[in-house]
Ligand binder design. Structure first.
Ligand SMILES: N[C@@H](CCC(=O)N[C@@H](CS)C(=O)NCC(=O)O)C(=O)O
Length: 218
């Protein structure tokens, strides 16, 4: 299997993290965004949306990190693996959290934080407040369970921890969300290879950031 990635891409982190947990043989193909390798014809043929991560498994190609997480579980993990159990309600909760991450948490992170590296746009207070609301929703979910979708790690945690790591590295203050902080610390310890895949990227990523003075949750 080959996985097209960028090393500072949170959606790529989640797939790489799952690969580490399952010990999958995934060959990373790093795309250089500065030279627009992701816009070259060969890659567009694979993924018309030119996004990473993009997985190539034989003649099967899949983008969208959360779809890739589900696919890898179905195709390569043992039956009824705790990361993605068969039970309909558990799976529905996992899917809910993955969709919450895609449509709410990560998208609000991107709206508020991307101006820190993409200087062409600015973010608003309303966007900041929306991101805090999303962290508040995650706090509520983690008040019900120790992990995002129940009492143990699942692919929902792997996706969400990549987003929360990105939020953290953009200096958004998380202290107002103690359950999020405790869960984040727990995931960092429990996920094999977290430091290598994610933690090691913080310093390099932060070099690209211009942080607004008002950044913070008060
Ligand atoms: N929802 C997608 C987002 C993928 C995405 O936007 N990736 C960014 C990097 S973080 C990218 O490839 N950007 C390049 C582009 O859009 O041309 C996922 O989770 O895979």
């Amino acid at each position: 299997m080959e996985l097209y990635i960028h090393s500072m891409s949170p959606p790529c982190w989640s797939v790489l993290l799952l690969g580490r947990q399952l010990d999958l043989k995934i060959k990373s193909k790093i795309l250089n965004f500065e030279t627009e390798e992701h816009l070259k014809e060969d890659f567009i043929k694979l993924n018309p949306e030119h996004t990473v991560p993009t997985l190539v498994d034989g003649d099967f190609v899949l983008s969208e990190s959360r779809a890739i997480l589900s696919y890898l579980m179905d195709a390569y993990a043992k039956e009824n693996h705790p990361f993605y159990p068969r039970d309909a309600k558990t799976r529905a909760l996992i899917q809910h959290r993955l969709n919450f991450d895609l449509g709410t948490l990560y998208s609000r992170f991107y709206a508020y934080c991307s101006p820190m590296w993409n200087k062409k746009v600015t973010s608003t207070e309303a966007q900041r407040d929306k991101l805090y609301d999303a962290l508040g929703f995650l706090e509520t979910y983690l008040g019900r369970n120790r992990y995002a979708a129940g009492d143990h790690l699942t692919i929902a945690d792997i996706s969400l921890v990549a987003s929360v790591s990105a939020i953290d590295l953009c200096f958004v203050k998380l202290e107002k969300y103690p359950k999020v902080v405790a869960w984040y610390e727990r995931c960092k310890k429990e996920l094999q290879g977290y430091e290598d895949v994610v933690g090691s990227q913080f310093e390099g990523f932060r070099k690209f950031l211009t942080v607004p003075a008002e950044s913070g949750s008060e």
